[in-house]
Design a protein around this ligand. Structure first.
Ligand code: PLP
Length: 429
């Protein structure tokens, strides 16, 4: 417990920069599974997973032991100077979950750095200058990552000039498709827009990579169709463009499969992973084929901390827990219960315009009666849930959607308990 004077000393608003806008007033003490405890001893259910990070739950004992044991052996074994077992074991465990062409791993520290790495690798591998990304995407906050991001203008606005040679195509936001024609053909319209870029904006043989979030995250949890994804895959193959899938938020079991691309029948040339891969340790990965990775000459990419021994020990333990506890399978099962429960609430309360997602990557979009985005309702629901000590976060350009992303160790009772509170919160609007 923290005394009053200590609390004042710990006032986050006085200590932390304003740029860290916070969803909750909680000062956390510790966590276990889907729960965290604040410094006053109150228990909170964490349906944010720390933004889709603690997929194995807070402080999974196997991950904790791996970190503790590794920290006592060696913490920093710089990858250009030393090889070490945790990094090599984590690389093998990671590539074992992936198709044959994703067989080498460049370890780095964050999702944004993985984005940087993937863009640089695509450029080096193809010798081409341009990148196509998608409207509504989020890939991180470093300069190149910001350039390929367009989920909210505040992420990139006032930071110009950004990287040149980056073009944005519309991402299938099927709930709000602007195109005429039958609902089931909307994905074709989005694909046509992408193709049109080669006729109007950029030569196909200038494009190094098409960078896609397999399911859009910060931009609003939009799920594309398998047909659209496969058409993009074909387009990439036809023009010698690297298909880069950002699995930073969607990966590590979150969508009910180990990697979200497994839902769509495609395999990327380059994949990025972060968040769930280290259960909270700062670790991320760029994965590709050795033949592509070999285009990176020694020294043409790198970093001091990439492949940190403690971080990759956490990643290795996380990958084992994922497999041994079948967390992707649990995400699929719990996701079905969650989705059915949310659809049930939606049918009673039209303020929920859309329920969408895959596995335990789920969001509900709130709308006004005229169908326009309703962030006010979102804020009220978040506040009501906070009263019940349940943590949630938003997504979408207008914060019009609430993400429901518990750790993948969540059980049915916890999902049903959540649904009861969510129904009450929506009913109170
Ligand atoms: C899809 C996606 N890519 C990249 C990133 C950037 O990751 P990081 O915050 O670790 O830099 C995020 C973070 O939210 C993300 O959701």
């Amino acid at each position: 417990m923290v005394s009053a004077p200590e609390r004042i000393a710990l006032d986050p608003a006085a200590i932390m920069p304003r740029v860290i806008g916070r969803y909750s007033p909680v000062i956390v003490d510790h966590g276990k599974g889907i729960y965290i405890w604040d410094t006053d001893g109150n228990r909170w259910a964490d349906f944010t997973s720390g933004i889709a990070v603690v997929n194995t739950g807070h402080c999974h004992p196997r991950v904790v032991s791996a970190i503790q044991e590794q920290a006592a052996k060696i913490i920093h074994a710089q990858a250009n100077i030393l090889a070490h077992e945790p990094m090599m074991k984590a690389s093998l465990a990671l590539t074992a979950t992936l198709p044959d062409n994703l067989n080498q791993v460049f370890w780095t520290n964050s999702g944004a750095e993985a984005t940087e790495g993937a863009i640089k690798l695509a450029k080096i591998a193809t010798g081409r200058p341009s990148i196509i990304a998608f409207r509504g995407a989020f890939h991180g906050r470093t300069h190149a990552a910001m350039t390929v991001t367009s989920s909210r203008v505040k992420v990139r606005g006032h930071y110009e000039p950004l990287l040149s040679g980056v073009y944005h195509a519309p991402y299938p936001y099927l709930y709000r498709s602007p195109y005429a024609g039958p609902k089931e053909d909307q994905d074709l319209m989005y694909f046509r827009e992408l193709e049109l870029m080669f006729d109007q904006l950029v030569m196909a043989d200038d494009v190094a990579g098409i960078l896609i979030e397999t399911v859009a995250g910060e931009g609003g949890y939009m799920v594309p169709t398998a047909r659209w994804m496969q058409m993009v895959r074909e387009l990439c193959s036809k023009h010698g463009i690297m298909m880069i899938l950002d699995e930073v938020q969607t990966g590590m079991g979150r969508t009910g499969k180990m990697w979200a691309f497994e839902h769509f029948g495609v395999v990327p040339d380059i994949m990025t992973a972060a968040k769930g891969i280290g259960s909270g340790m700062p670790v991320a990965a760029v994965v590709s084929d050795k033949a592509i990775m070999d285009k990176w000459a020694p020294g043409s990419h790198g970093g001091t901390y990439g492949g940190n021994a403690v971080a990759t020990a956490a990643a290795y333990a996380t990958l084992q827990v994922m497999r041994d506890e079948d967390l992707p399978g649990n995400a699929a099962r719990m996701g079905n219960i969650l989705m059915a429960g949310l659809r049930d609430i939606q049918s009673d309360y039209p303020v929920i315009g859309d329920v969408r997602g895959l596995g335990l990557m789920v969001a509900t979009e709130f709308v006004h009666p005229d169908g326009s985005p309703n962030p006010e309702a979102v804020n009220k629901v978040l506040a009501r849930m906070m009263e019940q000590r349940i943590l949630l976060i938003t997504c979408g350009t207008y914060d019009q959607a609430i993400r429901i992303i518990p750790p993948l160790v969540v059980n049915e009772e916890q999902i049903r308990d959540f649904l009861g509170h969510y129904r009450n919160a929506v009913a109170s609007l």
